[in-house]
Each structure stands twice: as structure tokens, then as C-alpha cells.
Design a protein. Sequence first.
Length: 327
Amino acid sequence: MGTANNVLIFADIRNGTLRQVTFEAISVAHQMANGGEVHLAILESLDPNQIESLKQLKLDRMWHVDHPLLKTFNLDAYVETWVHLIDLLNPDVILTGHTALGRDVSPRVAARKRIGLLSDCIKLDTSSTYEFVFTRPIYAGKAYVQRTITKPPFFVTLRPNNFVAHFDTSLDQSIEIKTFHPNLSQISLRTVVTDVVRKVTSGVDLSEANVIVAGGRGVKSKEGFAPLEELAVVLGGAVGASRGACDAGYADYALQIGQTGKVVTPDLYIACGISGAIQHLAGMSMSKTIVAINIDPEAPIFEVADYGIVGDLFEVVPLLTKEWQRI
Ligand code: FAD
């Protein structure tokens, strides 16, 4: 595998907490840097407890970017700041999560810097001595392609839940924290955030959940999601939905999984009353274990399922909840 002298990670933060994909990116950065420097850039304020957990990940430097324009997400200000930091640090590799943030900002920054971007990577091949080889899905997850990058610098976005974050609990090294004040006086903001309205959710972030209980049109109503929510609570997971369920008004679009919704890779995905259209599979077929519950034995979801239950979800789901409650 190639070696990068300097890897820069842009952190993804939600409500003062680093999202798991940032820890995963730090582990990937160490593999790529192989002794080189690893920098983490943080544009929002961070809970001090999180800095403690970063000490177990051997970071060389953390850049705390301080500017009033960055207090809430602003695309123009973020792009400008990322560009400034890349100019300052001159990294060989820039990593971030393939999240709403990474998907929005990284292509614009890559275009501004005229550097290559590999998006939605799910695997880093470590067998090549000289090159970085990343795998990414194409054709909505129907095929995979390996991409080799030989010439730095380049940008990579990582799909959450596909890389292992290696914490070393014996490590307790101090992190050098530097403050960076970007000069944003010249930029014209095309949009400004006037208000942030947060949706109240169950607490488990869908794109980072280890267990997802998803419902489709077979759930038949908004109320029909109640047994799925109970099962998700028992399993410590999150509830998701197909577009069929969202279009029918049974679930919020924030829960939609698939090509035009969220892409998820949980350890366990339980599909209830979902037929398994290609656009839905694009968002969940990488899940480690898939369980499908459907009354139709011919439903295409069974082709990707590891375990299939032909039956009525309103009978099967409460039984599963009861069994898991017993364990
Ligand atoms: P249906 O296809 O209607 O399936 C319902 C299933 O429930 C059936 O298999 C039925 O047998 C089963 N069922 C019924 N009653 C029960 C019961 N009591 N117990 C158990 N099973 C039962 N879809 C997505 O999901 N995500 C996307 O991001 C997405 N993006 C799209 C983008 C484009 C451009 C297009 C054209 C389509 C997209 N779709 C997406 C829509 C997709 O093609 C399907 O229409 C959709 O996934 C169907 O949702 P469904 O499986 O819930 O519904």
C-alpha cells in the first residue's frame, strides 16, 4: 500500500458529538499515513469528553477552526474553510465521511482544488505495495469497482460503518490542539441559515445504527410502525422505512433508506413488508445480516436476505420482540 506523509480528516459532528465515521476515518488515516502525520479539523464546538476518546486514536494534531460564520453549517463558509486548511497543511490525502456533510462539501472543495475525489468508499485494500486501492459500489450497489490512486493529493469520502475504528485503551497521549482562524471576509454567502428545526428522533442515528428495523408499504399505516418501533427499542436499534412507506405517509422521509434516501450498513437489518425493489436494495444490501419478513414467498427481498420469514409481519414482529426481551 502507498504511504501518505500527511492525512487531513474533516470531522463530522452532530450536537457537539463526533459521529462514528470520524473515528473510522482516523483509523483509515493511520493505515494510509503509516507513520506520517494525521490531522483532524473540527469546525464546530466539541464536547470535551470527545477529546478524551480521541486520545486513544493517536492523533498528531487537532485543528479547532474558530469563526462566527461556522457556528451553524453554511456551505460557502465550509467550502472556503476546508480550502484554506488544505492550503495550509498541504495533505497528501483528505478524508471525510460519506454523510450529508461530506457529500455536500467535498466535491466542491475537490473541484476548487482541482484534485481527484473518490466518493462512498467501502474498503481500502492493503495488499498493494505502492498504491492506495479503494473499493466503491456502482450502479446503485449492483457492482463494485476498485479505484487506484497513484498521485496525491486526493480526496476520499468513506461510507459510515464499513471501516473499523481501532481504539487503543492503553494510549493516553495528549493531543496538540491548534486554533485556526480562517479569513472569510471576502466570501459572499449565497445562503444563510436563519433557523434550525431539529426532528425529535429515537436517539439512534439511522446511518450509524448497528440494528435497523425497517418497514415498507406492507406496514399499511403510520400506526403499523408501532410494533417495529418496539422491536427496535429492544434491540437498541433504529427504525427505517422504504420509499413506498414514506410516499404513503406511514413514515417520515428522514427514515427513507435506498438510492434516494439513506445508505446504511448495520450489523442486522430486519426488512418488514418491503418487497425489495432495486432502489431499496441500493441503500441496505451491504448490511452484514439481512432478515426479511414478507407474506409473499416470491418477494425479491428474499434474494438478498440471509434469513427469510414468510409470514404476516404483524404476527412475526411481536413474536421476535417477545423472544428478544426474554434473552
Ligand atoms: P411494495 O413494493 O408495495 O411492497 C410491499 C411488500 O409488503 C410486498 O412485498 C408485500 O408482499 C408485503 N406485505 C404486505 N402485507 C404484508 C404483511 N402483513 N406482512 C408482511 N409483508 C407484507 N424505494 C426505496 O425504498 N428507497 C429509495 O431510495 C427509492 N428510490 C427510488 C428512486 C427512483 C428514481 C425510483 C423510480 C424509485 C425509488 N424507490 C425507492 C421506489 C421503489 O422502486 C419501490 O417502489 C419501493 O421501494 C417499494 O416500497 P415497498 O417495498 O415498501 O412497497
